[in-house]
Design a protein around this ligand. Structure first.
Ligand code: 6PG
Length: 241
């Protein structure tokens, strides 16, 4: 499903509404809400809105668990940290128990850190393939999502739930959820804004490119719902918008 929005503010507001709706549905049905956040710049406004009325009062923070779809292996205080951005924009402003915030940490080697996060998921999802209630994703202009980059071996990973990825142009490692975990989610929402995403969005939505070239094409939830929240600039090359 594609939701066309005027601009990033509208994308962010709809995204916040979806988070609130899925949070209450999950808590009602399963007693808790598991949400994996995206990094990047696009979702920051969504996180800010979730910290403000009405959303801060609509979400059952005390029954929510926050995870990340990916993270750069940098200190949490580093401006590149996805967890750092989410804490500043949202998590430091709402009454979520600290022990229910689960950042991807790279205290040990990237490989060991990936293994440690997988162990955390194993514990919190009772050993089953994690089924997040909601995963928020962004879309890179090169077709990546989370830290699933074009032509990377991680795209074909079917066993591990969390993988380390070396990003040469950043000169650092990242951790990312793998495709099987993302596709197990109940709901996956892409937030896409800006004219720089127009070309790749058209490829993803209106053609069938090689998913190794456009990894976002690998995101096809098994049983769950996939939603695209796109603004006018990002949708400007789509045939139907
Ligand atoms: O950690 C990250 O950077 C994200 O997980 C990454 O996948 C992001 O969603 C895209 O690069 C889009 O980023 P923008 O929202 O900044 O365009």
């Amino acid at each position: 499903m594609i939701r066309f929005c005027d601009d990033l503010e509208a994308v962010s507001r709809v995204a916040a509404e979806c988070v609130a709706a899925e949070a209450n549905r999950a808590v009602q049905e399963r007693g808790r809400f598991t949400l994996a956040l995206s990094g990047g710049s696009t979702p920051a406004r969504t996180y800010e809105l979730l910290a403000q009325l009405p959303f801060r009062e609509l979400i059952p923070w005390e029954k929510s668990h926050i995870f990340w779809g990916d993270e750069r292996c940098v200190p949490g205080t580093d401006r590149r940290s996805n967890a750092g951005m989410a804490r500043r924009a949202l998590l430091d402003q709402v009454p979520i128990p600290a022990e229910q915030i689960h950042p991807m940490e790279c205290a040990s080697s990237p490989k060991d850190s990936a293994r440690e996060y997988q162990s955390l998921l194993f514990e919190l999802f009772a050993g089953d393939l994690p089924c997040f209630d909601l995963i928020l994703l962004g879309l890179g202009a090169n077709g990546h999502t989370a830290s699933l980059f074009p032509e990377e071996p991680v795209l074909d990973e079917q066993q591990r739930w969390v993988s380390e990825v070396y990003v040469a142009e950043e000169g650092l490692y990242r951790l990312t959820l793998t495709v099987p975990v993302i596709n197990q989610a109940a709901v996956v929402i892409f937030l896409v804004s800006g004219s720089d995403k127009a070309s790749v969005l058209r490829e993803v939505l209106e053609s069938t490119p090689d998913p190794h070239r456009i990894p976002a094409c690998l995101i096809k939830p098994n049983m769950g719902r996939l939603m695209w929240l796109v603004d006018k600039e990002a949708a400007s090359l789509l045939k139907k918008n």
